[in-house]
Design a protein around this ligand. Structure first.
Ligand SMILES: Cc1cc2nc3c(=O)[nH]c(=O)nc-3n(C[C@H](O)[C@H](O)[C@H](O)COP(=O)(O)O)c2cc1C
Length: 207
């Protein structure tokens, strides 16, 4: 059953105008926090944006950052950049945008800071930070599946993070947290066609 839901879930980018009842948002957040995490640190935080004006401000910031960066792309690559960039603001029609964030606890890096070589210290620090991002990403996947089960549409979006500094400022995200993605949710106003997947032979190496 879970696998059926995984197969049926699609990234939804068009939403009805109706607000998502708070109880449903809470339900998907409760599903998100069932995710496993390194040492059960639960490194995630969720910024839930339900105000249209704030969602519009984030979209404006993404447009501004995308345009600024696009202007630096050599002419021959600009159309390709623009085609990607077109997908960076697809969250703006949603009545609710959830922004998962993560905090990498520097527990082990702190323990070895004075003794490990700079290379090992960098590896341990990256391991802790990546571990926190993985935990928050697993929570994001649980959130997407719970939204799907609840009849909501949703999508993970990392493109908008081209405007990460502005989005952090708009939402008041503490400096100790990294942003994972923007996740628009709402009642779907589209039924996207199934997307294909590479055959296992292309992505698995048996050792
Ligand atoms: C990490 C990540 C980042 C993504 N970023 C964006 C994005 O910025 N804009 C967007 O419209 N979709 C984004 N998507 C959705 C993907 O385009 C989508 O998952 C993919 O095309 C497969 O479609 P499906 O989710 O319907 O199976 C992202 C998905 C993931 C997992």
């Amino acid at each position: 059953m879970i696998v059926d839901a995984m197969r049926a879930r699609r990234s939804v980018r068009r939403f009805k105008a109706d607000a998502v009842p708070r109880a449903l948002v809470v339900r998907v957040l409760e599903a998100a926090v069932t995710a496993p995490s390194a040492s059960n640190k639960q490194p995630w935080r969720f910024f839930v944006v339900e105000t249209r004006a704030t969602i519009a401000r984030m979209a404006d910031a993404v447009r501004e950052a995308t345009g600024r960066i696009e202007a630096t792309v050599p002419e021959e690559g600009r159309a390709a950049f623009r085609a990607y960039g077109d997908y960076f603001t697809r969250f703006e029609g949603a009545p609710c945008v959830i922004v998962p964030a993560f905090r990498g606890h520097a527990v082990l890096s702190h323990l070895v800071a004075a003794t490990a070589s700079p290379e090992d210290l960098a590896i341990v620090a990256a391991m802790e930070r990546d571990g926190a991002l993985v935990g928050a990403s697993l929570a994001l996947m649980s959130l997407l599946l719970a939204a799907h089960e609840a009849g909501l549409g949703a999508s993970a979006m990392t493109g908008p993070l081209v405007a990460a500094p502005a989005i952090r400022a708009i939402l008041g995200v503490p400096a100790t947290f990294g942003l994972v993605a923007l996740v628009p949710i709402g009642f779907p106003d589209e039924a996207p066609a199934p997307t294909d997947r590479k055959p296992l032979d292309n992505v698995v190496r048996w050792i």
